[in-house]
Design a protein around this ligand. Sequence first.
Ligand SMILES: C[S@@+](CC[C@H](N)C(=O)[O-])C[C@H]1O[C@@H](n2cnc3c(N)ncnc32)[C@H](O)[C@@H]1O
Length: 159
Amino acid sequence: MKYRIISVGKIKEAFYIDGIREYRKRLAPYASLELVEGLEEKISPQARKAEIARALEKEGDKILALLGDRDLLVVLDIKGQQMTSEEVAYFIEKMNLSGKSRINFVIGGANGISSRVKKRADYLWSFSPLTFPHQMAVLILTEQLYRAFKIIKGEPYHK
Ligand SMILES: C[S@@+](CC[C@H](N)C(=O)[O-])C[C@H]1O[C@@H](n2cnc3c(N)ncnc32)[C@H](O)[C@@H]1O
């Protein structure tokens, strides 16, 4: 199984870049994790609802264009289902038996994710009811994937 994070926004801040790089390095012995970023449509901070909606749809088109029949889609969504880290490990094991070839984790930009992408999702995953910046969501995701693989392999990891 391959794993791919699709982040609509770019990872720009050095401290996020460093943290994400570190967890991807730690993950490397367990899984191939690709990171696609920067699908964001440029809109002004004063953009009205209709312009935001159009941008979300264009971002949604770009995300959906990356997916084929053998792709599973997990959308990171504040209003999704919450899981413990053990449940994440079980979820990944179950997905690994699905017969598909890649799990895609999508993290939205400043305005979230289009409803068409959420409809295509196999799972909507919420880390917590708190809202995190997209870069932090990517960092949390890489750490939780690393933790999940340590649990799956029965290897120790500092609590
Ligand atoms: C700044 S947030 C977007 C906030 C936007 N107003 C919304 O409601 O989706 C950017 C992205 O980070 C991810 N994210 C932020 N907090 C999250 C959480 N608690 N659980 C899961 N994903 C989260 C989501 O993918 C979200 O689209």
